[in-house]
Design a protein around this ligand. Structure first.
Ligand code: ATR
Length: 274
């Protein structure tokens, strides 16, 4: 069968094989999709071997998204801007193309699945690591009015704002200044605090009266931020489960030329993750 895989470390709890198999079943496509655990040291070699042995596409998750972008020979516009990649595709002659579907997947989850508008919103992006870079440009493209980037280490936030290069729309504030900022219409948690453990201790006044609070993670990793958003009475609160499925659908379409229906897959996984 045609071989696909997701690379990560750890990778045991990944949903990607299940999602891709469900899409394949929908479309009547035969494929194998495995989860490959590779340490950062092993990752570049493991990817090259996978493609040399006939692999037709790879998803990449933590902590390899930056390395995936670096090892690729070609980059889509989105991967080039973000500097991180979650989709690798083999090209003729053994070359590898990097692409990033995280931002588009998140925006589609928000605007289509949840029918929420992003245009004209004042957005707060918490974090400036790989996850934040993966979604920042898509938020700008979706028409947010302003993007305020706040990161514990301010230099990484400045670097991201500089890379976006629209100082009147995308700017940074210090983490310590969160206490003095006004409210936002969109608050995106792109920190890894929920993954690595450690609370964020955010002031509730950040949540505006029509605000959407969105965590890029799902399940236990999102529970701290989601709990905070509930306590702050956010009007809309969503975790990143829908985003994960939308990003998978974009990769699937890239590889198979078919657009899967994400709704039934979302229904099954939402039931499981609450
Ligand atoms: P990822 O790929 O998940 O983005 P990353 O590139 O290591 O992983 O970035 C992690 C992000 O979470 C960073 O923005 C990090 O802040 P620093 O740049 O200051 O390290 C942020 N982060 C992690 N734990 C945090 C915590 N307890 N409080 C605030 N920010 C945190």
């Amino acid at each position: 069968a045609h071989r696909f895989a997701v690379f990560g470390h750890p990778i045991a709890h990944t949903l990607s094989p299940e999602i891709h198999r469900a899409f394949a079943a929908q479309c009547g496509i035969r494929l194998s999709y495995e989860a490959i655990d590779a340490t950062p040291e092993q990752f570049p070699e493991a990817v090259r071997r996978f493609f040399a042995e006939g692999g037709l596409g790879a998803n990449v998750t933590l902590p390899h998204k930056g390395a995936a972008c670096l090892l690729a020979d070609e980059h889509t516009a989105m991967a080039g801007r973000c500097g991180t990649a979650n989709v690798l595709t083999p090209l003729v002659g053994g070359r590898i193309e990097a692409h990033n579907t995280d931002g588009d997947g998140m925006v589609r989850d928000i605007t289509e699945r949840h029918s929420l508008d992003l245009r004209g919103h004042n957005a707060l992006l918490l974090g400036a690591g790989g996850a934040a870079r993966g979604v920042a440009w898509a938020l700008m493209d979706a028409g947010v009015d302003t993007l305020t980037i706040v990161n514990r280490s301010p230099e990484k936030a400045d670097e991201l704002a500089d890379a976006i290069g629209e100082p009147e729309r995308a700017h940074t504030r210090y983490w310590e200044d969160l206490a003095n900022l006004g409210s936002f219409d969109l608050i995106v948690n792109a920190t890894s605090a929920g993954v690595v453990g450690g609370g964020l201790d955010l002031p509730t006044h950040l949540v505006g009266n029509r605000a959407l609070c969105y965590d890029l993670c799902y399940g236990a990793a999102a529970s701290g931020f989601v709990g905070w958003a509930k306590a702050a009475h956010a009007k809309y609160i969503h975790d990143g489960l829908g985003m994960l499925i939308e990003t998978a659908a974009d990769a699937f379409e890239r590889w198979h030329g078919r657009r899967p229906d994400t709704d039934p897959v979302y229904a099954v996984l939402r039931e499981r993750y609450g």
